[in-house]
Design a protein around this ligand. Structure first.
Ligand code: BG6
Length: 513
């Protein structure tokens, strides 16, 4: 890759070295960075976990996993087989520390390993710690690192810690975790990751808005009727029944991933592109969100059904799920952002598992024309002009609008102007963590959450969590493979009957392979 500076020498320490996240996402992302020349020249990888492995065994397990993701050159998807040079660069110096994250002995052993690596290095002794572990270990690991003195910055070196989600499960626990972490490291060392910000077309939102003169003048309550955000998944709880029973769709997806999308769409132009300039504006959005109550929300749970001809069980029949569970696998919310730009413009968001298709999109739905001169077509019958940002799959931006149908009658018809990333840019292997890992090595916190952002997001959903926890009525159901519960249609249509959810499945094409 030309024109991009490589990060300085560093050691990346992965807690949870034997876990799924490490194998499926972190190491493939590091490998993709190595292929594009964006891994530091001097790089060391240290795995920490409870299992008894040698460094060679751990490296072997990572390489086996990577091989299972790649295919021989010339295969249909054109991903080449593992490139020996890049893999060699990534694994030039691998160590493995066996230890219990809650014990001082683990950090003492880690210190010995780090010192050994750094004593043989020409470049600075920079360290990146990645906490790819269950959230109950976040605070103990940061405390262990702090107490052992492993995260002390000095003038020539940096020490950074990436913390995975979930960052708390409500406002109180998020605050407690922030204060536990910030007791040992400074805010500029903390990288709270949200992998939705690693998605290419999410990062593109700022470019679309602020690198074009076209959109921003329309981007407000004078022209926009409402915004719709959909994160629909076809997967169920994928063997995570135990985790999901404690979590549910709201906590799993909304104050983190979905709010990141809302923040990008709703933020004011930043005064610059420094991390804090951007994060201040996003934080303003979360702080201006009106606290969500039960009347602004619909929750539901999937019953059995089929997707693409394949039958799936009900949520209550998934392993480790209670037969009378009331946990939501779908949530739809009406959000209000109380500021001058968005007053009176609802943001409707929905996310669910086992929906008809996998599809994440943001639709900016513009106000209808005030009157029509096309006599045969009442305004209310015309679909509104809509700008659609497709986040996944098939990343792109589409503008849906009306044109005159050719012929002697004056009849209008909806059409779409469609930009697809794949038509303009060569495909690049991307698991979504590449940019985030690279940014962390470069010390750029723009795409990471600050303590106040996380807390503001939890603050907005806290009243809803409370309302739901005291409501014991039987949860409504939607069929697996459907568009979600009809109660969500009522939510979006109340107050303005011409508002409807955009279809998840009907548009067909790449959305529903
Ligand atoms: C995770 C959630 O954070 O994001 C999962 O825990 C969800 O439940 C996943 O499936 C969705 O991410 P992506 O990148 O597959 O859309």
């Amino acid at each position: 890759m030309t024109g991009v500076t490589k990060p300085e020498a560093c050691t990346m320490v992965i807690f949870g070295a034997a876990g799924d996240l490490t194998k499926r996402l972190l190491v493939p992302a590091l490998y993709n960075l190595a292929q594009t020349g964006l891994i530091p020249e001097e790089f060391a990888l240290v795995g920490v976990d409870i299992g008894d492995f040698t460094a060679e065994q751990w490296t072997g397990s990572l390489s086996d996993m990577l091989k299972s993701f790649t295919h021989d050159a010339g295969s249909e998807d054109e991903i080449s087989a593992v490139d020996v040079k890049s893999w060699g660069h990534l694994t030039q110096q691998v160590s493995y520390v066996r230890g219990d994250f809650t014990q001082a002995s683990c950090f003492a052993e880690l210190e010995r390993t780090l010192k050994k690596i750094e004593s043989g290095r020409k470049g600075p002794a920079n360290r990146l710690f990645y906490l790819a572990v269950a959230d109950r270990f976040f605070a103990p690991i940061v405390a262990g690192l702090g107490t052992a003195g492993l995260v002390r910055n000095d003038a020539d070196t940096w020490r950074r810690v990436i913390i995975e989600k979930p960052f708390g499960h409500d406002l109180e626990s998020a605050k407690a975790l922030n204060s536990a972490v910030l007791r040992h490291i400074a805010e500029d060392q903390v990288y709270r990751i949200d992998h939705f910000l690693g998605k290419e077309n999410v990062q593109n939102i700022m470019a679309l808005r602020f690198a074009n003169g076209l959109f921003e003048p329309l981007w407000n309550r004078d022209h926009i009727d409402h915004v719709q955000i959909t994160v629909a998944e076809t997967v169920g709880v994928e063997g995570r029944g135990k985790f999901y029973e404690q979590t549910g769709a709201l906590r799993d997806m909304v104050p983190n991933h979905v709010f990141q999308l809302v923040g990008m769409i709703a933020m004011e132009p930043p005064v610059g592109f420094s991390a804090d300039a951007v994060r201040n504006k996003k934080c303003d959005v979360f702080s201006a969100m009106r606290p969500v109550r039960a009347e602004d929300a619909v929750r539901a749970q999937y019953s059995g059904g089929s997707i693409n001809g394949h039958a799936y069980p009900a949520y209550r029949d998934e392993p480790n799920v209670s037969k009378d569970s009331n946990v939501e696998t779908y949530v739809a919310l009406r959000l209000a952002i109380d500021n001058w730009r968005w007053a009176g413009v609802p943001f409707f968001v929905r996310t669910g598992k086992r929906m008809a298709c996998r599809m994440t999109e943001i639709a900016i739905v513009f106000k209808r024309a005030p009157l029509t001169t096309f006599q045969d077509t009442p305004i209310a019958k015309l679909p509104p002009s809509t700008l659609v940002l497709r986040i996944q799959p098939d990343e792109g931006v589409a503008h849906e609008f009306q044109v005159k149908r050719p012929g002697p009658t004056v009849d209008v018809s909806p059409v779409t102007m469609d930009f697809r990333y794949s038509d303009w840019f060569p495909p690049a292997p991307n698991v979504g963590y590449e940019t985030l890992l690279f940014d962390c090595m470069m010390g750029d916190q723009t795409l990471f959450q600050r303590a106040d952002m996380v807390e503001a997001a939890w603050r907005a959903v806290e009243p809803l969590l409370n309302d739901w926890s005291s409501d014991k009525t039987e949860i409504i159901k939607y069929e697996a493979g459907s568009e979600g519960p009809s109660a969500a249609d009522v939510l979006i249509g109340s107050g303005n009957s011409s508002r409807n959810w955009r279809p998840i499945a009907l548009n067909g094409g790449p959305r529903c392979p």
